[in-house]
Design a protein around this ligand. Structure first.
Ligand SMILES: Nc1ncnc2c1ncn2[C@@H]1O[C@H](COP(=O)(O)OP(=O)(O)OP(=O)(O)O)[C@@H](O)[C@H]1O
Length: 242
């Protein structure tokens, strides 16, 4: 489980994340929705100890990321699909990570198979398409067989096959009892992928509910529900969008 307690982050006089308290449960896919700049990435970075909160805390299984013994074995993350050494092969990249995290080398071949990169494993990551880089990022997240997965916009730039692949993978990982927390701009995609939703606007919690309950609240679609919830929480919406 991921637990956020009054999580708060300021950049100068702008509050990026504002007293966010949420529990993300295991066994289901939880979608993390919010307009651009609402604080999703900042929240994920704080969960992963990459940004320090100004107030509150983020706990993974009751423990802060910085206090985890073997972080890759507890939580896997996909934040930036481009972040690989372009001259290294996928296999070399995964093998180096496994070695430095006490993960058996045999796990490298397993995750390559799971993400469908076995045949391309010796190619330099710099030659990979966006979809292949995304798959390599997922392989890194799965390397330690973690019980908690955090993915920031995993379907960005993917083709329909890649989107379906991510959707089925995430649902399968949740069905195994893992905690899966995934941010996205694609509301229709979240309707297909997520069981629960956390919606934020200007860093604040707007809704924490199931997809079914949110749509049942009198809206025609999840998209309508999203616009209703976030209508007061963006700085930039034009007249045609709500
Ligand atoms: N390093 C930083 N320095 C200053 N301001 C920042 C920094 N990182 C984020 N912000 C600001 O914090 C707010 C939240 O940004 P964040 O990237 O977390 O939102 P987001 O919901 O992930 O947005 P998007 O959907 O566009 O990716 C924004 O106003 C952003 O400009």
């Amino acid at each position: 489980m991921i637990e956020l307690r009054e999580l708060t982050k300021r950049y100068g006089d702008r509050v990026a994340v504002d007293g966010l308290s949420v529990r993300v449960q295991p066994g289901v896919v939880t979608g993390f929705l919010g307009p651009n700049g609402s604080g999703k990435s900042t929240t994920m970075r704080m969960i992963l100890g990459l940004n320090a909160p100004d107030h509150g805390e983020a706990l993974i299984g009751g423990v802060r990321y910085s206090d985890l013994n073997r972080p890759l074995r507890t939580v896997g993350a996909l934040l930036d699909a481009g972040a690989f050494h372009p001259g290294r092969s996928a296999r070399a990249h995964l093998a180096a990570l496994a070695a430095s995290n006490d993960i058996p080398g045999s796990r490298v071949e397993q995750v390559l198979r799971i993400v469908g990169l076995s045949d391309a494993a010796t190619r330099r990551a710099g030659t990979y398409s966006l979809g292949m880089r995304q798959r390599l990022g997922v392989a890194v997240a799965l390397l330690g067989d973690p019980g908690v997965l955090l993915l920031d916009e995993p379907v960005n730039g993917l083709d329909p096959e890649g989107i379906r692949w991510i959707r089925e993978l995430l649902r399968g990982l949740a069905a195994e009892g893992r905690t899966v927390f995934v941010s996205s701009h694609l509301i229709a995609e979240m309707a297909l992928t997520a069981d629960r939703l956390v919606v934020i606007g200007r860093g604040r919690l707007l809704a924490e509910t199931t997809v079914a309950e949110l749509v049942a609240a009198g809206d025609d679609s999840l998209e309508d529900a999203f616009f209703r919830l976030t209508s007061q929480a963006t700085d930039y919406r034009g007249v045609g969008a709500s």
